[in-house]
Structures are given as C-alpha cells and as structure tokens.
Ligand binder design. Structure first.
Ligand code: VGL
Ligand code: ZN
Length: 198
C-alpha cells in the first residue's frame, strides 16, 4: 500500500473506453478488471488529501500514430468520440491532462513527440504537479507496456519518486511478456511496486 499525503499524486493513465472496454478500438485484455482497484486507489488518495490526475489519449482522426497513417496502432481514442471517453465506471475527480491532441506521437503523460521531427515537448502534467509541490507519483491504468511504463519512467527521469500499482495496471502484450518486461524496466529505473488494494 502507498502512504498517501499531500505531496503524492495518483496518476490514472488512459482509463478510456477504447482501452478498457472489450469493444474498444485498442482493447486491453482484462482492462475492465482493474477498475475496482483503480477506484480504490482514487478513494484512498482523495481521503488523504492527495492529488489525483487523469491522462487521456486524445488523438485527431488522422495521425501517424495510427496504422492507417503509417504508424502501428488501430484507430483509438479519437477526440470527442465514445472511445476517448473515460470508462463509465471510473471515478473521475481531479485534473485531466490530454496528450496527442495535435497529432503528436508518444506514450508518456509528461512528454509528446512531433511526428515529423521527433522533437519532444511537455504536456501540462509536469507543471501541474510541481505547482502543487508534488514529489511522489503513483501510476495506475492502461497500458502497462506503453503509457504506464513511459509515464513512470519519465516521472523518475524528472526527479519524482514513483510507484506503480501492480494490481491496477494491465498490458497490451503485443508480444507475450511485454507487460512483465515493462514492469522490470520500471523496477530497474527505480519505480517501486505497490498494491492498490490491501
Ligand atoms: C497507449 C498505445 C497507443 C496507452 C496509447 O495508453 O498505453 N498505447 N496509444
Ligand atoms: Zn494512442
């Protein structure tokens, strides 16, 4: 269990219909099964006065992130569509940070990349957290092997202490074992594992 306090932020990554719903465009197997644990973490964080922030993958209809436009992914989380909405059972109470809004690529909640030049730029997440004096981030959501991993690794690289809630994340597993490898990469980088549920 994580000890929640006002210097700790829970980051709920991309718990959107296209990832969490079995009918979603990039459905993560077992994605809906993490929702009770995610909601438990949200409730615990809020009860202790910790900050809760949510990321949303928020793509334009055409982006080199999608296979049809030269990328690798099926169409998902197109802005203002059902697939981009939060999964209905998710308790949403906190700041929402959208990423990819201008067609940028990348997975981290902190950083996006220009699809043509590859140049990175920051989302609003880093300044949102620093403005509130946050020193520790706790990551839950989807997917372990992409946005959760890159968000947690970026958090450590930016000087935050970081935890991943291993019962509140699920992997895409394009290749078998991707989720386990992502957890190992996080561990090596100094991300600590914790449970959302006692
Ligand atoms: C994600 C693949 C493509 C994620 C986003 O949220 O993990 N994965 N876009
Ligand atoms: Zn995406």
């Amino acid at each position: 269990m994580v000890r929640w306090d006002e210097r700790t932020a829970l980051l709920v990554v991309d718990v959107q219909n296209d990832f969490a719903d079995p009918a979603g465009g990039l459905s993560v197997s077992g994605g809906d099964a993490i929702i009770p644990a995610v909601n438990e973490a949200i409730a615990g964080a809020r009860a202790a006065g910790a900050c809760v922030a949510y990321t949303q993958d928020w793509h334009p209809p055409d982006t080199p992130h999608f296979a049809k436009d030269g990328g690798i992914w099926p169409v998902h989380c197109v802005r203002d569509t059902w697939g981009a909405e939060f999964y209905p059972d998710l308790r949403v109470a906190g700041e929402v940070v959208r990423k990819g809004t201008g067609g940028e690529d990348g997975y981290s909640g902190f950083t996006v990349r220009d699809p043509a030049s590859g140049d990175p730029s920051d989302t609003l997440l880093d300044s949102f957290l620093r403005d509130r004096g946050i020193t520790t981030v706790v990551v839950a959501g989807l997917a372990t092997d992409y946005c959760v991993r890159d968000t947690a690794l970026d958090a450590v690289a930016r000087g935050f202490a970081a935890f991943v809630l291993i019962d509140a994340v699920r992997a895409v597993d394009l290749q078998p074992g991707d989720g386990a490898r992502a957890l190992e990469a996080m561990r090596r980088a100094g991300v600590r594992s914790a449970l959302a549920s006692p």
